[in-house]
Each structure stands twice: as structure tokens, then as C-alpha cells.
Design a protein around this ligand. Sequence first.
Ligand code: PEP
Ligand code: MG
Length: 759
Amino acid sequence: MLTTLKRIVQEVNQVLVFDEALSLLALRLKEATKVDCCSIYLANYEQQCFQLKATEGLSKSAIDNISIGFSEGLIGLIGQREEPINIDDASKHPRFKHYPDVKEEQYHGFLGTPIIHQRKVLGVITLQQKVRRLFSEDEEAFLVTLAAQIALEVVHAQARGAMDNNSNLHRGTWQSTLRGVPGSEGISIGTGYIANRKSTLASQPLMKSDDPEGQCSLYREAVLQTRAEVQDMSERLALTLPEDVRAIFDMYQHLLDANSLGREVEQKIHDGWNAVSALKLVVEQYVKTFRDMDDHYMRERAVDVEDLGNKVLAQMLESQIAEERLPERTILIAEEISASMLAEYPPQALVGIVSMRGSHNSHAAIMARAMGLPAVMGLTDVPVSMLGGKHLILNGYSGEIIVSPDANILQEYKLLADEEVELFRHLQKMADLPCVTKDGQEVKLLINAGMSMELENSQSDIDDGVGLYRTEVPFMLGERFPSEKEQIELYRSMLRFNPDKKITMRTLDVGGDKPLPYFPIHEENPFLGWRGIRLTLDHPEIFLVQVRAMLKASLGLSNLKIMLPMISSINEVEEAFRLIRQAFYEVSEESKLSGETLHMPQLGVMLEVPAILYQLPQLAAKVDFFSVGSNDLTQYLLAVDRNNSRVSALYDSYHPAVLLALKGIIEQSNALNKPVTLCGELAGEPAGALLLVAMGYRSLSMNSHSLLKIKWVVRSMDSGEIQLFLRDILSMTHPQDVRDALNMKMETLGLGGLVRAGR
Ligand code: PEP
Ligand code: MG
């Protein structure tokens, strides 16, 4: 069963035109299950009905012409119940509805199952049999499995279809909305640009063109250049490669002949495809044909055809890329945005970021917030290639992207963007005011540095120092571990810039969603794996170089604090502090001659692994300070991967359990007389900061773009008066109740502008 299923899904996936893929699916399914009829219906939510899209057994003329209301007939029932229905005689079922056009009178046995993606019913697949019979358990299981497997394909194809319509000028603009996960707040309007687009046919979108002559000459030119390239390669390798291997070049030349690939590609261009799409369609068909051959040697040739196709593509793209410049108001799009990718683009050229993978508290999103760029993450339902060159509105509050917006929507969003500018102006008034509550409680606001790859110093005159410097980011930008000297320079510029302010440097926290390109780690569960302190304790040479560099950079200064990430047990602290003391001893010996004093930095740990919350007294005896990493604490308390958009709705720092943990930490830290800062993203969220200050936190560290908003929150609240509200919040059961209550509270405190911004 598994083999059949795999074969069908693979075969259907290779058909690029969606309607054709559905027809093939119906055919293969009918053959594999040996039934008399197989049909596929897709949901149309605008019209609240299922439409017949493919059938083998019903009347083909009913395709696209028959609509079954969501509450009608057996198809509607399957959608409503969200489960399979298996009956021996459909026509006897009370919900059976007769549609004369489909001509199904001859069928009795009926099995139907819904196609569901992320709780949404996308369609229904049915099998029908002339005889009266119940389908077997195996048949039912097979259909359910197949439906689950093709659900994502349906979603992709629908998104593709909606956007393909956009390019069809005859239909006017055709706006579509895609839903992802909010990554970084803000609205941006701009043009999609795909970062580091790989030149493979697989990554190219299918696009039409109404200039067949132009596209044919683009293709022919690319073929000429590929011929020359192949010829050149064949001559260069003539002496080193055996003859049978060199034969491959002859095959390439043969395939490039006008009578071979060329004829078919040009035919597709005349059918309306652009040159790249035509090449893609033809090459993928050839690859499939070769892959299906019985002869092993011929099957292997599939790779050669693919390779040749990519060579021709590279030639075509080269001429396009040479002219390609970043569009004005670029919205950068990538499968997964990384620090090194962002470093390639001038920050002022970007107005927004879309990362197809990742979620709200992925480091890519944190990076976007640090740069003050709106971002949407986790757009798993669309292929990345579909967004390039499109006019987009990116809504970083809701996680939506509107593709090819119409004039009304554009106007609406321009107003929202203006409101943001107004809010920004209002916030500027806070710049010189102290960060105290109405009843005079001082709250220290520190900044999280490292993520924006600059020193975030432009705002340093209004902050209380750096609460978290993520040192791993510069490590991620290089091609090897930075040397001790390089690190000294980097850390010194940080410490010297503001010698009166404390700079908390976190030792390397790689792993999880922060890979080093030159030190790949392949793990099943990277967030539960070799990450942070676990990795650096296993590599003391890396840890020691980093700590020595920090200490050397601090010579003559006394503002360095060092903090350890991912601590889950006391012996990790003991071991790390032993190494830090060793480095301290070495550096002080080496620096005796220079006459500069070396101060022992304050040493602290991040509280981000739940286990350590149960050992705070023992931990407090060893360290100078705590820093709460609410991003990871939320992930580990709720067992929700912070980088997985599929479970993003479950990742919630306002979950009552997380709030109780945070309350417990501040109470215990106060009782133990241990200073504590909270440096997770919650500190930079207005509602989060309100709660944290109410709980008793007096030191919050955040990205510099959040500072003024949070100062406004602090200045609007009374720490005594808010206690009753906090008690209510902590007794709530559902995260959504917490959010609603917080939003209402913010309104009553006059902070409605921030609630609107956070919507
Ligand atoms: C955290 O986990 O809350 C934190 C601040 O560290 P990071 O986001 O870098 O894991
Ligand atoms: Mg963390």
C-alpha cells in the first residue's frame, strides 16, 4: 500500500498544471483501488460549496459545472463531519442528493474522505462502486492517508493559481491574501525580492508570457551559450576523462539540437509559457521519462538531463540577473532568513522581511525586530518563488501578506502606516523623560544587542546599558571561528563605546535555529540538543578563546558582565566558571606588564531551561545575577518549538503557566537578593512589560526599537494600583483571556495607541 501511495503522490506531484494533476490523481486512484469511479471535489469558501474538479466515472461535462453546497448531499456531510463516510448504498442515505448532471445513478457503494490542511477542509475525494458494498478498512485507511498527503499540494496549487491569475492582465488586478505568522510589528508596502535565488529549474515559478518571439530568442541565445560551454568543457576534460564518460557531452549536444529539446520548448512557448517555464515543463517531463525506465543506465540519465536543463536556465537567468537590481522598497523573501543573508543587503534598501520558515520567536524574527523591519514568518502554504516581483503589503501585526493589493486596500494600509508614523512621533517625546512608574518606581531599560549586526549604539544615550549581547551573531557571519584578536576588537568597541554602562555579554549560544555555516550540526531535535553551554563546554578551546577575548577587551574597564546560556544544571555553571577563572588568571598574568587593570566581571546565567527554576537557591549561591530568557523558557515549558510555524499558535508567553513561572522567578530572586533582568522578547512587548513590572521586575532588556514604547507603558502605570489586576490575570485559565484583559487595561491606562499597533 505504501509503495502504491508513494508512486501515485510522486507522479501527481510532477504534473505542474494543477487541473491536470487532479485528473491524473483521479485516474491513478481509480486504477489502484480497482473501483468504478473516483472523483475529487474542492471547497470554494467564497461560494460556500464544493466543486467537482476531476472525475473518472462521472460525467466529465460536470467538471467545474457542478457545485454542492457545504450543507448539501453526502459531499457536504463529509465536509461538515470532517471524517470519512463509508456506505454500501449511497442513494439510500438520508443525506443523498441527486444531481442529474453528474450521472451517478449506476453507483451504489460509496467511500468519501475529506482533504484537510491545518484544520481546514479543502475538498473531498470519493470512490464509488456499481455493486452495493461497504469498502474495507484497508481501502478506507488508504484513502485517508492519500488525502492527508495531497492536502499540502492542494494548498500550494491554490496559492499558485490565485497568483497566476494576478499576472493575467485581462482579468484586472486579482488580489490574494496569504496567512503566515507575525514576525515583527509594522506595515510595509513594497515589492517582493527573493534572496539568493538558486538557479535550478525546480525553484522556478511557472509563468506565462505574451511575447513568444522574445522568449524564443531568449531560449535560443541561452542554448547557443550552453553549447559553447559544453564544448569547452568537453575539450578541457578530453585527456582526463575516459571516453565513455565523455560521451555524456555528445548526449548534451544532441539534446540541445533544435529537433530535440528545442522543438518542444518552443512549442510550449507558443502555448503561452515564458522561456524559463517552457524549459522547466519539458525538462521535468524528460527527467520523469528517464526515471521511469527499467534500464538502470537510462534511469541514471535523468540526472544528466536535469543538469543540462539547469545549465540552459543559468544562461537565461544570467542575462536577466545582470539587469536585476533591488526593487525600490524591497521586501526581502527567503526560505529562511539568516544573519549572513541580511548582511548582504544595505539595510536602508529593505522595508520588510518574509521568511517562509520560522515563527514569531525564531531568531530570524528577532533579527527583523532588532532592525525595526516588519516581518512575516512561516508562510508554509506558498512556494517562495511565487512572491518575487509581486507588489505586496506586509502586515507584521497579523502575519498577513496581501499580494497585488487593489487601490482601496492600498489606501487603507497607507492610512495605517501613517498612524505608525504618528505613534513614532508621539514616542519621541518620551526620549528625555525618566523611566519611572507613576508612583516613582524606577524601571531600568536595557538593550539587546547583536542581532542587528550594528552596535545598536545610536540609542545608547537613553538606555541603561546592554542586558544581552548575543555574541553568536558575528560568529554566524564569518566563514570560520573568529580569532581571539578579531573578537577582542569587536568586544572592545562594545565596551569602550559606553564605559559607564554595563555590557552583558552572553557566551556563544549556537545550535537550535542559529547554525554556524562552518560548523554544521545535524540533529533530530536541535533545540533539545547540542546548544549553548552544552556545545561550548564540550569545546573548551572555543569557550576559552571567547572568554579571554572578552576579558582582554575589558582591560582598564569595569563594565563587562558575562552570562551563560542554556544552563540546565549546577555543574555546568561550576565547570564554566572554572574555565572563566582560568582565563582570568591567564589574562591577568599576561597584562601585568601593560599596567592595565583587569576586573573580575560579574558572572550570571540565563534562566531559560525550566529545570533550573527548581534550583534557584543553589544557583544564587554561585552567581552574581540572573537573566530570564523568556523566549526559550516559553518554548521549553510549553514543549513548543519556537521555530515551527505549525505550532506557532501554541507558543504563547501569555500562557498562565508561563506567567506563574515568571512570577515565581521574581519572587525567589528578590528573596535571595539576586538581581534579575528579563531579556526575552516579552520585555519589549507593551502588554508583556506591563505584566512584568506589575510582577516586580525592575530591569528589562529589549531591542532598541521597543524602548520608547515600554517607557510609555511604565510611565503610565502605578505599580501598587496594578496589583489587583495582576491577581486577576494570574488566576485566569486561558491565554486569550489574559490578552483580552491586558488590552482592556492598556486602553484604560491611555495606551490604546499601543494596543492598536499590536493588533
Ligand atoms: C531567550 O531565550 O529568551 C533569549 C533572550 O535568548 P535567545 O532568544 O537568543 O535564545
Ligand atoms: Mg535563549
